[in-house]
Ligand binder design. Structure first.
Ligand code: MG
Length: 256
């Protein structure tokens, strides 16, 4: 009990001396000028790539992407009219470049003539990191404007781990977008997890994942686990469901 009183007294003295210190301070004591944040020119319009972004798809070519099933081959999805459309015959595609932490912007369109239900309705996915052996993490793409499925498999979910905070889906036929802040997991030299992955997602400008700490990868079957990896490609999913394919445009990333 005496110890408790003593420690409370200690806190009180600290608070009093801190406030006395603050009384003796000038405004400039808490202002500093270096390092100066480097200049970045923002895009002219919302969603446009800022000056320091790596443009992954500019509407013209898929040069930054390759096929996942055969990484010696080009991505092979159809590019027309400034957009790229999933080709279910070609399978998943991934970036040539590998990333750790980043800010990502990506826009997608689920066609207004979409059919199917549940997970078989406009299913694709943005994998923030996708490595061989299943070390991959999916931010779900799906039509959930009016489509019931398991909530941790909805659009804006971290697949089978975390439902979106709210349903911010637009109608099929309208362009939608994700803005993502991704912090990659870190592993030590023995492959043990040091810090888990974290993700923040805005879906059509609405917060749906708020600095969520991932429990591991995002498998279809089974529980999440971490498997060690370094810098990783970003992957887009060609889902096997028969519903009409979806399209993407204006994809850029800012490595952090
Ligand atoms: Mg998916």
């Amino acid at each position: 009990m005496r110890k408790k009183i003593f420690s409370l007294g200690g806190i009180l003295i600290t608070v009093l001396s801190l406030s006395a210190q603050n009384n003796n301070m000038k405004p400039e004591y808490t202002e500093y000028y270096e390092p100066v944040p480097r200049k970045v020119t923002p895009g002219a319009n919302a969603g446009e790539a800022p000056s320091d972004a790596v443009v992954l798809f500019d509407g013209k070519s898929l040069d930054q992407w390759i096929s996942v099933s055969d990484t010696t081959k080009p991505a092979g999805w159809k590019v027309a009219n400034g957009i790229v459309t999933v080709d279910k015959k070609m399978g998943d595609i991934r970036t040539k470049q590998r990333f750790n932490d980043f800010q990502l912007h990506i826009e997608f369109l689920i066609p207004d003539y979409i059919t199917g239900s549940g997970q078989a309705r406009g299913n694709s996915g943005v994998f923030l990191a996708a490595n061989e052996g299943g070390a991959e993490y999916e931010l779900q793409v799906l039509d959930n404007y009016e489509n019931k499925t398991y909530v941790n498999g909805q659009a804006g979910s971290i697949y089978k781990q975390k439902p979106p905070l709210v349903n911010a889906n637009k109608k099929p036929g309208e362009w939608q977008y994700y803005d993502v802040v991704w912090t990659a997991p870190r592993f030590n030299a023995d492959g043990m997890l040091i810090t888990p992955a974290r993700i923040t997602v805005l879906f059509n400008g609405v917060l749906v994942q708020n600095n969520f700490e991932l429990k591991g990868n995002t498998p279809y079957i089974g529980l999440p686990v971490y498997k060690a990896h370094g810098p990783s490609p970003i992957k887009l999913q060609s889902h096997g469901d028969p519903s009409e394919p979806i399209s993407y445009r204006n994809i850029w990333v800012r490595p952090l």
